[in-house]
Design a binder for this molecule. Sequence first.
Ligand code: ADP
Ligand code: MG
Length: 456
Amino acid sequence: MLNKEKMALDVWAIALERLRATVNEVLYEQWITALPPVRLEDDNCLILGVADDLIGGFIGDSYGRHITEALRDINGVDYIYKFESGHQPKAVEIAPESVAEVPETVPAARTVERNSIGSVSGSYTFENFVVGEENRYAYAAACRAAEKPGLFNPLYIYGNTGTGKTHLLQAIAHETQKRYPNMVVRYATCEEILNCYVESLNSHQYGTFRSLLRDADMLLVDDIHVLGGKGHLQEQFFNAFNALYHENKQIILTSDKRPSEIAGLEARLISRFESGVTTEIYAPGLEIRIAILKGMQQDFMMHFDDSVLEFIATRISSNVRRLRGALMQLLTRVSFDKDVTVTVEWVDSILHAVFEEEFTSQHITVDEIQKKVAEYFNLRVSDLLSSKRPKSIAEPRMVAMYLARKLTSASFPKIGHAFERNHATIMNAWSKVPELCEKDEELRRAVAVLERQIRS
Ligand code: ADP
Ligand code: MG
């Protein structure tokens, strides 16, 4: 047994050297070096320790490919790895404070100062957030942040509009305040922070602004992409971020983009934002959309036929806010006209404008994307659909797959069909293109230009 532990150590030491070259430095220190090699099983399976399934899932999703690659051909053996829950992460060198214990009992005699910038809506809680495959991961990370502030730091949740980011963020604020009543939990939109900053400059009350950001035990900032292009505010935010981070104060951010995709965001902020857990939240699938509508009608003590709810949920798939807006419109109509029989046809006529809006926002097609991408790279669409492997074709093909997922509401399998591939290939392109863009400035620009062209 001891021997197996020693072998695990040796194998991991070699893999670590390789990983150092392939994973971003900050993330390498934060996630990879923290994994303890536990033992070797079946001669070639390295067991790596993680605290729990969520962290294992996160590391596997983010770095699994790198780890597999690094474990190849070590003294002639291709090793594989598995995570085992229940292990403490090894101390992280980059910020020793970040592994400090979160106090179970909260510090006494602290002013409870809730939400002094933004306000938290009472209706956004974990209990009324419907969980499905598309938001499961973001939801789990959010729950964990409220249970054990400081564990995932920073937590960065991003996704399209109307996917539930604000809801989750405010649910964290609620839950944390409930669990740790003496903790100073501060929620604000980035816009509110910006206004506050401008006001403080005008009134020469800069100290007030500074303490708004820093005198918090948990800082939740909604729509952080608003920081893009605002140099002065970025400077302030950078300093506040560091101060909070080093005191192991939980920072949670939401955005409509990955940090590296926010135009005009300084590189040092990008690397800070990416140094914790970054998780994407997707628009929920049909079943979840129906469940959301059911929950909402219950709140209003109404009951529509399942066929009606299903009809609305099928028609509106991109944005939960629009979905809720549609049901709200229906509820209002019905409360004015109690005698009406609510049929699918009637609903169709009432919500016609909303459906139209949904349709126009969804007008980009996978075909169109294939054409534009092929044109941009001087290829033919048939090249993109072919199995040719040279980089000059394979990369544009991945870009087209990536943009198809990003700019349309088509599912992975549906896009796969359009590219004559399976859904796993599309998922791979979806995670790989941002990685490639990080290393290749030219590709990054190409993706950005194409995205703009296609959107317009
Ligand atoms: P975002 O901040 O991502 O634009 P919001 O959090 O504002 O989206 O969500 C828009 C609306 O949809 C809110 O009313 C929110 O409560 C609701 N919503 C979104 N996702 C869910 C979900 N999974 N369960 C319940 N309600 C949801
Ligand atoms: Mg929002």
